[in-house]
Write a protein that binds this ligand. Structure first.
Ligand SMILES: O=P(O)(O)O[C@H]1O[C@H](CO)[C@@H](O)[C@H]1O
Ligand SMILES: [Mn+2]
Ligand SMILES: [Mn+2]
Length: 403
């Protein structure tokens, strides 16, 4: 029986979204944003030489069709990514109204988000007084810090010491529908932070705020503050069955790797491992070595997004892509006959763009194990239909298989 490995390279977009003008970073529309093409161009022009140098080298992904998919999606040049594709390749367009991680993943799993998310205002206090009061009551503090739109690394650098001195949690948001709480893992306590997030989440989900995110960090003002991998997302439950449910309901196993468990609130998922992307790559390799016949492994690699995209670090993003390419080459080599490895992304996060938020983009769709073929332009929901078709399980919803 065949197996499927669905791998989301978080934020690795390839430009060309037809509705990019309706999405913004600050006041600048996302029109023209292109995570992959702009990284490739920066590398080729010698503008991404920190910890690496020269043109972007992604031989494994490019041989599957990464450069070709980017040019198809956007028409933009992809210097260094010019291989003749040997995989099945194409680009997918998102229809949901958010450019966030849950919208992207739910839609890849066959479900277009049926509502508009709630976002917090950019002017004045971001959060209503009753929400602030409930945070204070739950955690027994006399106030919060932040209460604004912010970059998560910048705000802990700015308010980390104040947080240690006052005990007040740092609450912030972004262009996504998120309520994020940063707190020191030792001073405030990890368990206390997780409990706070878990208890505040239902009232936020009720008003269609997509996620409450716990952001534990460590360090001192002298050494600097660093976020830990104990981040935890408390997301709304998908309102309808998705790919993971379809597969599980057909009596198959579903393994999660990385944020997948949080994004789908473990719905349809038998087990999920977490850790750094390096840890997750080992877990993915282990799944390729050991996963049962007929099973689905669904993985997310988040560091492209969290460490480099939001930080607008072009060199770092290029380094992460080159590392991923080397590692995924080993995964591809370990696939068994009949296996499908499908690589895609959930949205863009162009590190050369303004602001610090995601960018609305199309995403590449690259398949290993099913021969060479141009898939062309497809929809996010078609990914779910194709994985289900490959596994031979019934698919539901609007997607159509391209395999
Ligand atoms: O700046 P940090 O804390 O990384 O936040 C980013 O991560 C959030 C969730 O993925 C996004 O909404 C964005 O705000
Ligand atoms: Mn994402
Ligand atoms: Mn993000």
């Amino acid at each position: 029986m065949t197996r499927a490995f669905l791998v989301v390279m978080d934020s690795v977009g390839c430009g060309g979204a037809p509705d990019a003008a309706q999405f913004f970073n600050g006041t600048r529309p996302d029109t023209g944003a292109n995570t992959l093409a702009h990284i490739a161009q920066a590398c080729a022009e010698g503008r991404a030489n920190e910890g690496r140098s020269g043109p972007l080298r992604l031989p494994n992904l490019d041989h599957l069709g990464l450069g070709a998919a980017t040019r198809l999606a956007s028409g933009d040049a992809t210097p260094g990514l010019e291989a003749v594709p040997e995989g099945a390749w194409g680009a997918a367009t998102e229809r949901s109204l958010g450019k966030d991680t849950p919208s992207g993943h739910w839609e890849l799993a066959g479900l277009r988000v049926p509502w508009e998310w709630t976002y917090f205002p950019t002017d004045g206090d971001a959060f209503p007084e009753d929400l602030v009061a409930e945070v204070c009551e739950i955690s027994g503090v006399d106030g919060i810090l932040g209460n604004c739109h912010a970059s998560g690394t910048a705000i802990i650098a700015e308010l980390g010491q104040d947080h240690i001195e006052t005990g007040r949690p740092i609450c912030y948001t972004s262009a996504d529908s998120v309520f994020q709480i940063a707190a020191h893992a030792d001073h405030f306590g990890l368990d206390r932070l997780l409990e706070l997030c878990q208890r505040i989440a239902p009232r936020l989900h009720e008003v269609k705020v997509g996620r409450v995110i716990a952001r534990p960090f460590v360090g001192t003002s002298e050494t600097g503050f660093t976020r830990t991998t104990n981040r935890r997302d408390y997301a709304i439950v998908p309102p309808e069955p998705v790919l993971t449910n379809w597969v599980q309901d057909a009596g198959r196993r579903v393994h999660g790797v990385g944020k997948i468990g949080d994004i789908f609130t473990m719905t349809g998922i038998d087990d999920c491992v977490k850790g750094s992307d390096a840890d997750l790559m080992q877990s993915l390799q282990k799944c390729v070595d050991q996963a049962e016949d007929g099973s689905l492994t669904f993985a997310n690699f988040v560091e492209f997004d969290s460490l480099y995209g939001h930080r607008r670090d072009v060199s770092g993003y290029a380094r992460a892509l080159e590392w991923f390419d080397r590692e995924i080459g080993k995964v591809i080599a370990a696939l068994r006959p009949g296996d499908l490895l499908l690589l895609t992304a959930d949205h863009g996060n162009d590190p050369s763009w303004s602001g610090t938020d995601h960018t609305r983009e199309r995403v590449p769709v690259l398949c290993a194990g099913v021969g060479a073929r141009e898939i062309g332009q497809v929809e996010f929901v078609d990914v779910a239909a194709s994985v289900a078709a490959h596994l031979g399980v019934p698919a539901f919803g609007p997607g159509r298989s391209f395999l």
